[in-house]
Design a protein. Sequence first.
Length: 281
Amino acid sequence: MAALHCGRLTVMPKVRVNDIEIFYQEIGASDAEPLVLIMGWGGDHTAWAFQAPAFSARYRVILFDNRGAGQSDQPDVPYTIAGMAADTVGLLDALGIGTAHVAGMSMGGMIAQEIALSHPDRVLTLGLHCTLPQTDAFLSFRGDGMVRIRAHENREDFARMLLAWVLSPKTVADKPGLVEMLLQRAVDNPYPTGLVGLKRQAEAIGQWSSLERLSQIRVPTLITTGADDIMVPPEHSRALHARIPHADSVVIPDAGHLHPIEQPEAFNRAVLAFLARHPSR
């Protein structure tokens, strides 16, 4: 499907990349600088809803569903972060995009790191949001527990449990409408990420590390974290900042793991200011 309105392109098809069909969406002017946004564990492209309108005013925004998520294929085979990075680069190839601003949330930030390390010539800038350089025993234990809960609970119960981990106490207290909207989106999603995708993505997260390679990242990098993130605490962002040369770091107050959704104005402002400092032209 494609629609062109007032010079702004919105495309929502699928494309064959490596061994799967990937669902993607393009928003913005086709001749603008490309900005690819990579979602985290179990999430799909719709989770960027608070960013796409603001970012597409200046950039050609590419959203997509990772393998195992949303409307992309969810094969029951081993996944790797490197493989999902290759999927992203393959999508850029299919779209005829040589270089792009690359950003990701959580697991998407891991994928973004891997792209910057394995395909540095494709990356204009790097955005690492609520992410980390490697998991640890506790995070892996918790992730396995969440997959097990999903296997036995309905979608609403799983969503309520997950939101308690990814939202800040202030968000829950002050923004009940947002919490209800996120819950309903999870329950009503016509293309939910299934148990296979959740399990395979979680395995990929647990097997990956960039810790000893971070000094090799040479592109301008923005790191953001929610001050109250208990899913991936800010110490992980500090570890990234300490190891990536000349990286910028922003802490978003009154926000948890989903700080781009909880505090979209502050997050979008930080990202757009960073991108404006590093144009490709």
